[in-house]
Design a protein around this ligand. Structure first.
Ligand code: GLN
Length: 493
């Protein structure tokens, strides 16, 4: 493998700007590497090599004219629920297998304008519902650290592609953990921004009050660079917030003296594997040794998060997915059966089992007579949880805890155990319910598999979250160990 591929986005960007390599040469090297690694990892649904080369030529022309910007000429990739003009966007579903959007999502448009090079659309759980990428209607993706294991989900393709050096950065989406959990499983960095920080326009909706788009990268610095490019108010998304967007690279200072870190007790219970808890506690101890002030805190409502989420997310999904009716998008089956028959046949053929189950649960929870018992009650629980976070954030600047209770599990291990699968997100879901920013950074290994440290911040305080992540990264010196995932190393040897 070309050694340029294991560099970070910031490092490769310097090389492009210093003319040590051209955008076209770099893109060709990435595409060659994809042709070797992808048959093993299967991170992509739709690779776009021709588009990439065309974008690389355009980027090089901009570089040649003296333009400088950190994403100019850098190969990246996108989760397949982000609309890309002219490139099919499937959400890993049969119902959208041939859907070619006529427009770009706002984040895609911004990355395009910044001169990034798109190498393809990435695999995911169907409509982002799942935690392993096994619910893709196309194929599962494998974890580059151990090809028999899942990369996590739903942005499994996004995390695996970065870990396997098939892109310098990717975008994912996170409704209940789908950026942070796969980032933790694949030994990379993943950020879910505050709800409202990044426009959701052109993100195919799963649960609109929870969904956020964010970056998956090799380093915290790269995460800041990506967030700089995608954050900010968008007139097309009324929930994007009209706040000043800072330069997130300002967070990249090593000093965290006096930062108050809360360790939420409940995030070390709930089935957290003792070795994972120990690895994370060690990381917190190191942060304390360089001046962070650490204290234990409590968020009792966090224990109800899974129950709350699995009413609200399916309820919103049942409403959002009503639009796939065989009339407006993608698949149409049974055109001869009249309009109701056609819709039934289309939806039955187009949606997988997991998505169908959630639509049924959500529709039930919203139906008259059950609404108060389920949906309304869950909303009240959500408010209580948010209040508890507010309370805790009066005492601390950020929270630190594991991202997931265990490292990556085996392919096939949990597909028939829906509760166990859902527990993979038990530590990430509270953050979505409260709309907060959350970052996962690699913090060590358990049984040779990466473990993530989760850093949770106050609303719109990504700067502190990134600062703690950056400080940890400088302390940890894990970069060399993370450079070549073991499972992939075997394949490339
Ligand atoms: N695994 C959770 C779910 O299935 C979260 C998914 C996500 O964040 N998109 O809903």
């Amino acid at each position: 493998m070309n050694e340029l591929l294991s560099l970070s986005l910031a490092e490769i960007s310097q090389k492009l700007q210093n003319r040590e390599i051209s955008a076209v040469e770099l893109t060709e090297a990435v595409l060659t590497h994809i042709s070797v690694a992808e048959p093993q990892v299967q991170a992509f649904i739709t690779p776009t090599p021709e588009l990439a080369l065309e974008m690389a030529r355009q980027a090089q022309a901009r570089l040649d004219s003296g333009e400088r910007s950190p994403l100019l000429g850098v190969p990246i990739a996108l989760k397949d629920n982000l609309c890309t003009a002219g490139v099919r966007t499937t959400c890993a579903s049969r119902i959208l297998h041939n859907f070619v959007p006529p427009y770009d999502a706002t984040v895609v448009k911004r990355l395009r304008e910044a001169g990034a090079v798109f190498v393809g659309k990435l695999n995911m759980d169907e409509f982002a519902m799942g935690s392993s990428t096994e619910f893709s209607a196309f194929h599962p993706t494998r974890n580059p650290w151990d090809l028999e294991r899942v990369p996590g989900g739903s942005s499994g393709g996004s995390a695996a592609a970065v870990a396997a050096h098939m892109a310098y950065a990717t975008l994912g989406s996170d409704t209940g953990g789908s950026i942070r959990q796969p980032a933790a499983f694949c030994g990379v960095v993943g950020l879910k921004p505050t709800y409202g920080r990044v426009s959701r326009y052109g993100l195919v909706a799963y649960a609109s009050s929870l969904d956020q788009i964010g970056p998956i990268t090799k380093t915290v610095e790269d995460c800041a660079i990506m967030l700089n490019a995608i954050a900010g108010k968008d007139p097309h998304d009324a929930t994007s917030v009209n706040l000043h967007t800072p330069d997130f690279r300002d967070a990249l200072i090593e000093d965290i003296k006096g930062i108050r870190l809360g360790v939420p007790r409940e995030f070390f219970a709930q089935g957290v594997q003792p070795e994972v808890a120990e690895t994370v506690r060690k990381a917190i101890g190191l942060l304390e040794s360089v001046g962070a002030e650490v204290q234990e805190v409590s968020l009792p409502m966090a224990e109800q998060s899974l129950a709350i989420y699995y009413i609200l997310a399916p309820a919103e999904c049942s409403s959002n997915l009503a639009r796939y009716d065989g009339v407006r998008y993608g698949l149409r089956v049974g055109a001869e059966k009249g309009h109701i028959g056609m819709m039934e046949a289309t939806r039955a053929a187009g949606f997988g089992k997991e998505v169908t189950q959630r639509i049924i649960i959500g529709t039930y929870a919203l139906s008259s007579g059950y609404y108060d018992a389920f949906y309304l009650k869950a909303q009240k629980g959500r408010t209580l949880l948010r209040q508890q976070f507010d309370e805790v954030f009066r005492q601390v600047d950020a929270l630190v805890c594991p991202t997931t209770p265990t490292p990556a599990f085996k392919l096939g291990e949990l597909v028939d155990d829906p509760l166990a699968m859902k527990l993979a997100d038990v530590l990430t879901i509270p953050v979505n319910l409260a709309g907060l920013p959350g970052l996962s950074v690699p913090c060590g290994f358990v049984n040779d598999l990466p473990v993530g440290l989760q850093i949770i911040g106050k609303p719109f305080d990504e700067l502190t979250v990134l600062r703690v992540g950056y400080a940890w990264e400088q302390l940890a010196c894990l970069q060399d160990e993370l450079r070549m995932p073991r499972g992939l190393a075997k394949v490339l040897a």
